[in-house]
Design a protein around this ligand. Sequence first.
Ligand code: SF4
Length: 262
Amino acid sequence: MASPYFQPSYSDFETFKRDCDKLSEFYKLYAARFTGGEALLHPDIAKFIRYPKEIGLAEKNCVITNGISLLSAKDDFWEAVDYIHLSVYDDTGINYQKIFDKIDEKINQYPHIEMLEVTKPEVIRKLAGYKADVESKGAEVNLTFGTFKKLYSTTVKSDEEAQNIYDKCWMKDSTFAVHEGKFYKCPISLIKSKLYRQENLSMPFDFDSDAVDLFDVNAQENLDRLLNSTNFLQACKTCNGYNTAIDEPQSQLKVIDIKDVL
Ligand code: SF4
């Protein structure tokens, strides 16, 4: 979806639809998560989040958002969304109270919205107060507090180090990514390859080799091999690993910060 750190572009629905149709031949998912950048910047977000459920690919959908566009989201979005993952950046001057008020209103209107997940340790106290306030009015909100992991590493790991962080990493077994016909075992491989291409830099590793072409005649066999493999991914060479990375306050990165990680 749209991201301020990539060249301005929006995912094409027909490409997305084709990928979902193909993926559904191989797997059924619990939840299809939509991220960016900022997923809600896409003008057709409701159409995207509905589709995996419509074809039986996923039971649920989840949208990861900084919340700003929730204030202007149309009813077709609220009707379609199951989970909202709100990333809170309190270094930006965003008025979260307005966003919380909007979510209150919409949870009351659309009770199927099951969970509001928030990541930002610094605002836990503020949000805990919000949760208590919402629940005192009879509405239910499930706030789970995670932490932001600093995955990007500017130092290149040895094969042994990469294998070690991969072995401990939760992401490799839980969060896959699909983009333009490719299935990635870890979204970091996709993000890295896109960033290097955008900056016209030669890739230090072949991040594309961490993916499988969904339209290859041997796709099922290749997917099984990738998912069952115990070998580290190329992206692990420049990653701190989800379970071994340090926790860091979540913040809105500037373009220079993005370039720093390449
Ligand atoms: S690239 Fe990082 S997050 Fe992804 S599997 Fe490797 S260590 Fe885990």
